[in-house]
Design a protein around this ligand. Structure first.
Ligand code: NPG
Length: 369
């Protein structure tokens, strides 16, 4: 394929409820989309970086600049570009996995639309609907947390992830467990604990959790391994798993027994598919994490979660959990599942009218001749 046009589309989507993690409180999603036209078709991708450099080093303004100044010129220079070439063509650029993922996603979408293939089929998916859960931010009071969880259980979610940090852990988790004795529950600390907290974290074993996610710093495999030796609850890693090499090192070190895969953290859907294969060979289950994506990134996450190694529900909730209005058609729960879109590529349509009404801005970073 030859690239004819690459456009960056940015739109601010208010979240239905503020989302508080140990990195801060999000009230809006600064959505950055890539729209590509090739000689064959067109495609969309999402750059699911955060507004500030708090989850990892990347942030949306920087992603947009790297795409314009370095990534698109590198791709435009390639002769016969395929989606599989995007990762290698951008390998010289250090970091910016969300920017790379958005570009690869848009090209994959264009390629698959041209050949009439669904993304889930291209990736090797084995199901037409995926089991999903909901990630619940920290709240001002424990009573409010229990209420929010109750609302999600009523909506149909059968797996809930609670955000924790020092000072907001055993009490809120215990209260949710008391209110919902049989609910599959897990916790995510977003790297907010340190080595001296191992004993304290082991107290979470009392609540029968599916897993504890990323308690320590991304580069601290040793402390995760020490916790995994002491704690009965399985340890899952998110921020630490930035590449296949990082995943192999974490598994070898005994730092995790479950891996969260995120397209925007590892540089793309194809990297996620290889990481899935690596984890599967080592009998490490994976699940699909989320970055509060719009419908574009959510469609990609659903397709990814159809791969056979995704054996835990993903952080891929229905549209109504995030936005009053999205830029694509909404995703709705059926029981506790989301259906895989049936159309080619991502299988969703970006609603140009919604983009305009939501105040989206567009900018050509590669203009047609
Ligand atoms: O449903 O997309 C979703 C949100 C899932 O909890 C979620 N994401 O660390 O996994 C995470 C977390 C996150 C999102 C953290 C945005 C920071 C910012």
């Amino acid at each position: 394929m030859t690239l004819r046009r690459v456009e960056l589309v940015r739109v601010d989507l208010p979240l239905v409820r503020p989302f508080r993690t140990s990195y801060g409180t999000e009230t809006h999603r600064d959505v950055l989309l890539v729209h590509m036209e090739t000689d064959d078709d067109e495609g969309w991708g999402e750059v699911a970086a955060q507004a500030g450099p708090f989850y990892n080093e990347e942030f949306v303004d920087a992603s947009a600049m790297v795409i314009e100044r370095f990534a698109v010129p590198a791709l435009a220079a390639a002769d016969h570009l395929t989606a599989a070439d995007v990762g290698p063509a951008l390998a010289r650029i250090k970091g910016y996995p969300a920017a790379k993922a958005g570009l690869e996603m848009a090209l994959l979408d264009a390629e698959l639309r041209a050949s009439g293939t669904r993304l889930a089929d291209r990736l090797g998916g084995v199901r037409d609907a995926v089991e999903v859960g909901v990630s619940v931010g920290m709240t001002g009071s424990v009573a409010t947390l229990v209420e929010v969880v109750a609302g999600h259980v009523d909506e149909g979610y059968r797996r809930v992830k609670l955000k924790i940090e020092p000072g907001f852990d055993t009490e809120p988790v215990g209260a949710v467990r008391d209110a919902f004795p049989d609910l599959p529950l897990q916790v995510d600390a977003n790297a907010s604990y340190g080595p001296s907290d191992i004993e304290h974290l082991c107290a979470l074993d009392a609540f029968g959790l599916l897993m504890v996610e990323q308690p320590f710093a991304a580069d601290d495999l040793a402390t995760h391994a020490a916790l995994a030796r002491q704690m009965a609850t399985p340890v899952c890693l998110d921020e630490s798993i930035t590449s296949a090499r990082a995943a192999a090192a974490a598994i070898d070190a005994g730092a995790c027994s479950i891996v969260n895969l995120k397209v925007a953290r590892v540089g793309g859907l194809l990297a996620c598919a290889s990481l899935h294969d690596l984890c599967r060979e080592r009998s490490v289950p994976v699940w699909c994490g989320g970055m509060l994506e719009s419908g574009v990134g959510r469609a990609a996450n659903i397709a990814l979660a159809t791969l056979p190694g995704f054996t835990y529900p993903g952080d891929i909730s229905a549209t109504s959990r995030y936005f009053h209005r999205d830029v694509t058609e909404p995703f709705e729960l059926t029981g506790s599942q989301l259906a895989v879109p049936t159309g080619p590529g991502l299988g969703v349509t970006v609603d140009e009218g919604a983009l305009a009404e939501l105040g989206g801005t567009r900018r050509d970073v590669l203009a047609p001749d």
